[in-house]
Design a protein. Structure first.
Length: 172
């Protein structure tokens, strides 16, 4: 059975076909929205042969709860403890993986998080200021008003930035 879904970006919309009978696994990802002074923390990474921009977080491991996953990811990636402030969004539409070798259905969960100040992690102001080596990563603060779809790699993040702006800035 083929499933037709709409893939959007700020400059185009196009239909994609996926054989949903071949998709029989979920890929659950958990991300943290660390907000400070009208900015949100994003990560630039080099993985799977490409530069990518996304929110900090990552994959849920079997036997792990979503909050434990996010706390682990922030400890691993940023070396900081976090607290969950509130749930913000869980994917409510079908989204297949786009970069992994096997097709899976993505389920992304986003939480607002807090971290103790002063922050101890390093940030940069330059996008992708990392070498093209698998696992390279850096962090940047981006003004929420300046978030743009083309700056993010994954469809769910592109969708989320509009929800985030509407929620925090009352943008339509």
């Amino acid at each position: 059975m083929l499933f037709l879904y709409l893939q959007t970006s700020s400059d185009s919309a196009y239909f994609c076909k996926k054989n949903i009978m071949a998709i029989n696994q979920f890929n659950i990802r958990v991300y943290g929205l660390l907000i400070d002074d009208g900015r949100v923390l994003v990560t630039d990474e080099f993985r799977l042969g490409i530069f990518m921009t996304k929110f900090p977080g990552g994959g849920l491991q079997f036997g792990e709860g979503t909050i434990d996953c996010l706390k682990r990811e922030f400890r691993e990636e940023l070396g900081i403890p976090i607290e969950i402030a509130s749930h913000f969004y869980t994917t409510d539409f079908f989204q297949p993986t786009t970069l992994l070798p096997s097709d899976m259905q993505l389920l992304n969960i986003y939480y607002f998080v807090t971290a103790p100040k002063p922050y101890t992690f390093q940030t940069t102001e330059v996008r992708n200021q990392i070498p093209p080596v698998d696992g390279a990563q850096c962090f940047r603060w981006v003004r929420i008003a300046d978030l743009n779809e083309p700056d993010f790699t994954f469809p769910i993040d592109k969708y989320l930035i509009h929800r985030l702006q509407k929620h925090l800035l009352n943008h339509d």
